[in-house]
Structures are given as C-alpha cells and as structure tokens.
Design a protein around this ligand. Structure first.
Ligand code: SAH
Length: 465
C-alpha cells in the first residue's frame, strides 16, 4: 500500500493555502471550506471566488508572496502554486511534519489528495498511489455510476434513527442484522426515492417489534431495446445487486451479463415450443422470491410501462404486501427512430405520437381505434405488428391514410443484428416478407420517416479512416 487511507477532521483547524488562482487554488479552497477548516490564503493574485469568500468572512487572505514562516502551526498545508516560494513553504512544512500537498508534485508532498465521490456524509476517496490521476478520475466515475443519488439522504436518515434503534436492540448482532435488513428491503428503497417521511421513528418502532424487514421488494426494471449502453444507471445498479433476475425472452444476453455472476436467472419468456409461463405463475414467482428475502429484479424489454403487462404484476405484488418499484427504460420506438435517423415528433410533420399494439390477446385483432390512428399529422409506433402487417396497412388505408405515407421497419433496434427498412404503408407487408424478418421489429408510420437519411457505407468508411 503506497499510502495510508485516513479522513482528516479539519473543522476549526488552521490550514494554509498557498496560491489564489482559479484552476488549482479555488477547488482546494472549496474543499477546505466544506471541511470547515480555518483557512489562510497567501498569494499575490487572487481569483474572484477567493476574494468573495474573504469578503464573506469565510477565509483570510494575505496578498503577498508566501514565506516559509507561513507554514508555522498549521494542521495542513496545500501549495496550489508551486513556484520557488511555494516549494520553499512546502519544504518548511514537511520539515515541521505538517501534512503537505503540492499540487501535481507528489515528490514534494507527504500526502496526496484522492479523487472523491461526495454524497455527504458518505465520502469515497480513490487513489492509484500516484500511478495515474486520469485513471483515478475514471474509477471515480465508475463508482459514481453505481451509487444511488439518494445515498447521502439514506445515510442521514439512518443516522437520525441510530440512537433510537441502538437503545431498543441491545446486542450488536441483532443491530447488524436489523440494519442489513433495512438496507436490503423496501425501507431503503423508499428513502433513496425521497420518501423518508417519518422514517426515524418508524425504524425504532420496527426494531422494537423485531420484524424481518428484508422480505418483500421487487424492482420491475426496463432493460431497454437490447444495447446495454442504453440501460439507465439505476437499472445497471439494481442488476448488479439482484439475487434473482426474472426476465422476458426479449431481454438481450448483453444486458443479462451485467447481472452478478452468482445471481439466479429465470427466463419466463414465451419461447416457441418451450414451457411458457402464465402471468399467474410469474406473479406467484415474484411474490415467493421476494418473501424469501431475495433482491428481485423483474427485467422487461424496453420500458416496462409500454406493452409490458406491468400493471398486472404491480397490482399483484401490492395486493400481497410486497413493495414494488418500476424503473422506466428506453422503449423500442425511440430506439428504432434513433437507429433509423428520424425523430418521432417534428414541427410541421407530427405533433402527436401514438403507440399502438398490432396484437390483441391470443393473436386476436387488437382493440385499436384505427380511424384515429389513420389521421395524418401524427406518428404511429406499432409494437408486435410484424405478423399482421397486411391487416394493419389495410385498416389504416381503409380509414383514409394515404398508401404512400412513409413507413419504416426497424428490426432488433440497437443490437448488433439491427436492420432498417424504409418504404410506404402500401409496401410494408412486402418489405417484411422479402427481407425475412426474424428479430423483434418495430414499425413506424408517418411523414417523419421521410427525414431518415440513408448513410452510405462509403461515408462511414471515410469517417473511420
Ligand atoms: N416494453 C417494450 C415492448 C414490449 S412488446 C418496449 O417498451 O419496447 C414487444 C415488441 O416490442 C416487439 O414485438 C417489437 O415490436 C418491439 N421491440 C422490442 N424490442 C425491440 C427492438 N430491439 N427492436 C425493435 N422492436 C423491438
């Protein structure tokens, strides 16, 4: 280990900052202010932020060249401008065994400043032992990505409940089990969401009742159209925490590979020939796993809120007292439009976007108002329409939509196997049959499709070279 990790308590402690420029000194001053230090800045030029802080009485400034004596009696010295004077101050500070950091000069420092993730009061410090500050920043952003934004709120709320719970639960083992169950269960989910309300009192009551809190939370998570880069940060985080991932057939392997390696994966998709799960069986499985205290992620293609039967699952879980949270995802329609290079709405072309299903239950005609769907000035995004394209095109033209209206089919949007076809309402069915579509496909009808720009392969190559 190249350094000893520690967090310094600097509240009210005298600290010297040498340098007053905007790039190096201001960020250090900001950090020191956040730590509550008693700051003295010595520099010949001072950035406006530092002058403002001095005027507000938050730090002291001396506008002059720094001298070695400035280091005397300090709890910490930071040299943000390592010119000859700054280096001399640092040398004096090190001789006096004062923790000293010279910005970008580790060889002149006896401590280095880590990259930090600040979710007050949670503070994470990252160091590569000086090997690569760029890598430290990268590690920090990886950590940022997996930590919930509400982490600080969670820490503060738990802190508020700590005394009460500790008074209620005398044994350390009991307390540890209690806090783990709070963090694994629906209460933490609520606090992270911003619903902390009466949590501290509530937690104390729960501790007194000796209730098992872990049981019962399911996250219904949107897996997006297939490319894992299109997962939300929250989806990624939940996937990495899940004990069991219950997923539809459409969810791509690339997305599933982001789950923990030891997590149980259960496919409840309706694959041809294989046992297909009924909705009732899926509902029962969700409740069963949640009650066992597992962290359950129910992963659905695209956005669970669109043609995802999310309503049934949410109602069932609520009826059985299981906490449930729905995490939205990128739906196939927006992914398909981006892939094909046109927007779903466009001033003058489409001010309405309608999502329709091409399929009713059991292959029947869906309950769609085709007359409304056929009106011009809108974009229609048709899900599950592939096997009924001739009928759909017929319904649209019977109700007055021109057969020449532009239409697109995007197969496996965002996946490596993606294919895009542009035609018209009249040619949709032919387009699908001639190209033997096999993956999931989204059909988009409307004048916006005309904005699609075919990207000739030659142009792509010239960009790459
Ligand atoms: N909840 C999903 C839709 C589920 S219905 C969402 O928001 O996207 C399943 C239909 O979605 C498929 O029949 C197909 O029409 C569409 N679909 C899902 N993933 C797709 C993809 N990657 N490319 C094109 N269409 C897709």
């Amino acid at each position: 280990m190249k350094g000893f990790p520690a967090f310094l308590r600097l509240a009210g402690q005298p600290v010297l900052l040498v340098g007053g420029n905007g790039e190096a000194a201001v960020p250090k001053a900001r950090l020191l202010l956040a730590a509550g230090a008693d700051i003295t800045v010595v520099a010949t030029t001072l950035a406006t932020e530092i002058l403002d802080w001095a005027r507000a009485g938050r730090l002291t400034v001396h506008r002059r060249r720094p001298v070695a004596e400035d280091a005397g009696g300090r709890a910490l010295v930071i040299v943000a401008e390592p010119d000859a004077d700054g280096v001399a101050v640092a040398a004096a500070a090190r001789t006096a065994r004062i923790p000293t950091n010279v910005v970008d000069r580790p060889e002149l420092s006896n401590f280095i400043m880590p990259a930090i993730v600040d979710r007050n009061p949670v503070l994470i410090a990252v160091s590569t032992g000086g090997a690569s500050p760029a890598l430290a920043r990268r590690v920090r952003s990886w950590i940022e990505a997996v930590l919930p934004t509400g982490l600080g709120r969670l820490a503060r709320t738990l802190d508020g409940a700590r005394q009460g719970v500790n008074d209620t639960l005398p044994s350390a083992t009991q307390r540890r089990r209690f806090w783990d169950s709070v963090l694994d269960g629906p209460i933490a989910t609520r606090i992270l969401r911003g619903d902390e309300g009466e949590c501290p009192q509530f937690l104390t009551q729960l501790a007194a009742q000796g209730r098992d809190l872990a049981a019962g939370v399911v996250h219904i998570v949107g897996a997006g159209p297939g490319d894992p880069d299109l997962l939300t940060l929250k989806a990624l985080r939940l996937l990495q925490q899940a004990d069991v991932v219950i997923h539809d057939r459409l969810v791509s392997d690339a997305v599933l590979n982001h789950a923990r390696r030891d997590a149980t994966r259960i496919s409840v998709g309706k694959a041809k020939g294989a046992h297909s799960w009924t909705q009732a069986e899926i509902n029962a499985l969700l409740v069963h796993r949640a009650r066992e205290g597992q962290r359950v992620v129910r992963l659905k293609g695209g956005d669970p809120n669109l043609f995802g039967r999310v309503g049934e699952e949410v109602a069932h879980l609520r009826a059985h007292g299981v906490e449930v949270e729905v995490v939205p995802g990128i739906t196939a329609a927006t992914a398909a439009a981006s892939a094909a290079g046109f927007p779903l709405s466009h001033r003058g072309l489409a001010s309405t976007v309608t999502y329709v299903t091409g399929h009713g239950a059991d292959d029947s005609e869906p309950d769609v108002d085709w007359q409304a769907a056929a009106r011009s000035g809108q974009t229609l995004a048709i899900y599950m329409g592939l096997s009924r394209l001739a009928t759909i095109a017929g319904r649209l033209t019977e109700n007055g939509l021109a057969g020449s209206t532009p239409a697109a089919i995007v197969e496996s949007a965002s996946l490596p196997t993606e294919r895009r076809f542009i035609g018209t309402v009249a040619t949709l069915d032919r387009l699908a049959r001639d190209n033997r579509l096999t993956g999931p496909a989204l059909v988009i009808v409307g004048d916006v499709v005309a904005l699609a720009q075919a990207e000739p392969a030659s142009r792509l190559l010239s960009i790459a070279s």
